[in-house]
Write a protein that binds this ligand. Structure first.
Ligand SMILES: Nc1nc2c(ncn2[C@@H]2O[C@H](COP(=O)(O)OP(=O)(O)O)[C@@H](O)[C@H]2O)c(=O)[nH]1
Ligand SMILES: [Mg+2]
Length: 323
């Protein structure tokens, strides 16, 4: 590529700074998991002069303590043991480097692109249990997409609680995007239907649909979500293009079974891991990737609009381990 063909972003001097700001916020947001995961691992590595069964056992324990989970931890340990047995790894520092690579690989194996339809609007259906961060994530995502120049329409599909409708409308007003809503108790699929029609007539780029939470074991909820999916697919073929599951990082390993239940009922396309700033259990992300092979799209590291980040496996692991 010649210089004259470079895009404005590549020439912009702001990009590295923006990236640095993004990364330091990520590090700050992951502080507690840095402490539990990287802290635990480094204690083991730095306390040992040589690589042997003792170091590897303690490392596994440190991973489990940091909520990395049985499946992801045993995958990592099996790989490390092979490397040690075949003499590819000889020092504790090499174990640490290899561990970081394996953590990135684990996450990357589950990554995949979002399906963006040829003809907009793209429809994103956001699901998850009560309090997992659906409405907040939608608000943040709408802000982010609007800042990127996309026309977004929100749909207040959590009609189960009046406060949930108001909460989404408040986000919409603040950001300056339309929010399609009906009254408390209305059929959520009717709201989704209205939103799809509104988005089509406004030539919107994206519709993001909020839904009710309750318990993941609640059969009615799953039926309700399936109905939204069916209804929306009739108006906009191929929709919803993304079913995004929000998982509260502070529930640790329980997120694996929660994600499995939603995935069985609805076929989840991607995950938003929320509240990483408030917990040391962020290591669970690795087990979710290992067990469910579901891509993490976004992470929430605070309550404000700017506290939602696109997920990048390499950045995530670097933010956990880098000094
Ligand atoms: N610290 C923090 N709080 C969050 C994050 N995401 C959501 N929350 C808070 O979690 C609570 C529940 O979020 P909400 O979006 O209402 O969950 P919903 O019931 O799934 O819609 C609210 O108080 C949010 O402000 C996050 O990434 N970090
Ligand atoms: Mg909500």
């Amino acid at each position: 590529m010649t210089e004259s063909q470079e895009t404005p972003e590549e020439l912009s001097e702001e990009t590295p700074q923006k990236k640095a700001g993004f990364f330091s916020r990520l590090k700050q947001g992951l502080k507690k998991t840095r402490h539990s995961l990287a802290g635990g691992v480094e204690n083991v590595i730095h306390g040992k002069a040589k690589v042997g069964p003792e170091l590897l056992d303690e490392l596994e324990e440190a991973l489990l303590m940091a909520d990395v989970g049985v499946s992801a931890s045993s995958y990592i340990l099996d790989e490390l043991k092979k490397d040690v047995a075949q003499n590819r790894i000889r020092t504790p520092d090499q174990v640490l480097d290899r561990l970081k690579n394996l953590l990135v690989r684990l996450l990357e194996d589950a990554q995949g692109e979002m399906h963006v339809p040829e003809n907009p609007p793209m429809v994103v259906l956001v699901v998850g249990i009560n309090g997992s961060g659906k409405t907040t994530t939608i608000g943040k995502l709408a802000q982010k997409w609007k800042d990127e120049g996309r026309n977004v329409v929100l749909a207040a599909g959590d009609t189960f609680r009046a406060a949930a409708i108001d909460q989404l409308r408040m986000w919409a007003d603040r950001i300056g995007v339309p929010c399609i809503h009906q009254k408390h108790g209305a059929d959520p699929s009717a709201v989704a239907y209205d939103a799809a029609l509104a988005a089509r007539s406004r030539n919107a780029d994206a519709v993001i649909i909020d839904t009710a939470g309750r318990l993941q074991t609640n059969a009615n909820l799953m039926e309700e979500l399936k109905k939204i999916k069916r209804v929306i697919g009739k108006i906009l073929p191929g929709a919803p293009h993304e079913i995004l599951l929000t998982l509260d990082a502070s529930i640790g390993q329980n997120s694996v079974s929660q994600a499995r239940l939603f995935n069985e009922a609805l076929t989840i396309n991607g995950l938003a891991i929320t509240k990483l700033d408030g917990t040391g259990k962020g290591g669970a992300v690795f087990n979710i990737a290992r067990e469910l092979k579901l891509p993490v799209r976004y992470i929430g590291i605070g309550e404000k609009a700017e506290d939602l980040q696109d997920f990048d496996a390499g950045d995530f692991v670097r933010a956990l381990f880098e000094k």
